[in-house]
Design a protein around this ligand. Structure first.
Ligand code: SAH
Length: 196
């Protein structure tokens, strides 16, 4: 398959912020993703009280859903508007603090303590800052990353995973010559080479 048409495309952080400002967020879904419900057992693998990471989280409602099941959620999102909308739309009180290790970054934490959203670029994170995770929900994340940054993204994600963690990845399959993305088309072969 020819993905040449997408490989040089770049969406800047500024453009993402503008999408949020304009309400141009067709990727956001009010209903929990059916594939998370379907594969929840694979993610949990019989475990409870997991640390679950949401890369490029937006205001994904699945964060609230998993937190209500007793898991600890950590997300990262470049748009502060998205983060604030998440907490306000679920009527969750939160506090906000600077992140000492990352200049300009803030962390928003639910008062109940089990949802922590970093407002910064994912590339500013490392396991020394956020720790490691038992599970990852990657929907609208790998497919939203600029094609030239995929290797860096995947290396970081692998670095953030505990030994026995599970990673649920949602991708989209379509002809990359017909749409410019995001979401970008990531071929199966590339997923294999990125994640092994
Ligand atoms: N996963 C979410 C959002 C998908 S859209 C969902 O399922 O609804 C991709 C999101 O990533 C946008 O909200 C965008 O603002 C954010 N984003 C883009 N580049 C980012 C980066 N480098 N670091 C953190 N967030 C980023």
């Amino acid at each position: 398959s020819d993905v040449g048409s997408q490989k040089d495309r770049v969406v800047t952080e500024e453009e993402w912020l503008q999408k949020w400002e304009m309400g141009n967020i067709g990727f956001h879904k009010e209903q929990g993703h059916p594939l998370l419900q379907k594969y929840l057992d694979v993610l949990l693998n019989g475990r409870s009280g997991l640390r679950i990471f949401f890369p490029l989280c937006g205001k994904a409602v699945e964060m609230k859903w998993l937190a209500d099941m007793g898991h600890s959620i950590v997300g990262v999102e470049v748009s502060e508007q998205a983060v604030k909308e998440f907490f306000s739309e679920h009527s969750l009180p939160y506090c906000e603090e600077p992140v000492s290790e990352i200049s300009g970054a803030k962390i928003f934490q639910s008062t109940s303590g089990n949802i922590s959203l970093y407002c910064c670029s994912i590339y500013d994170l490392s396991s020394s800052i956020v720790g490691k995770f038992d599970g990852v929900w990657d929907r609208g994340a790998l497919v939203a990353v600029n094609p030239r940054d995929r290797q860096r993204y995947a290396s970081l994600m692998i670095n953030l995973m505990e030994k026995n963690s599970s990673y649920l990845l949602v991708t989209v399959s379509y002809d990359p010559n017909k749409h410019k993305g995001p979401p970008f088309y990531v071929p199966e072969s590339e997923i294999k080479s990125l994640f092994g």
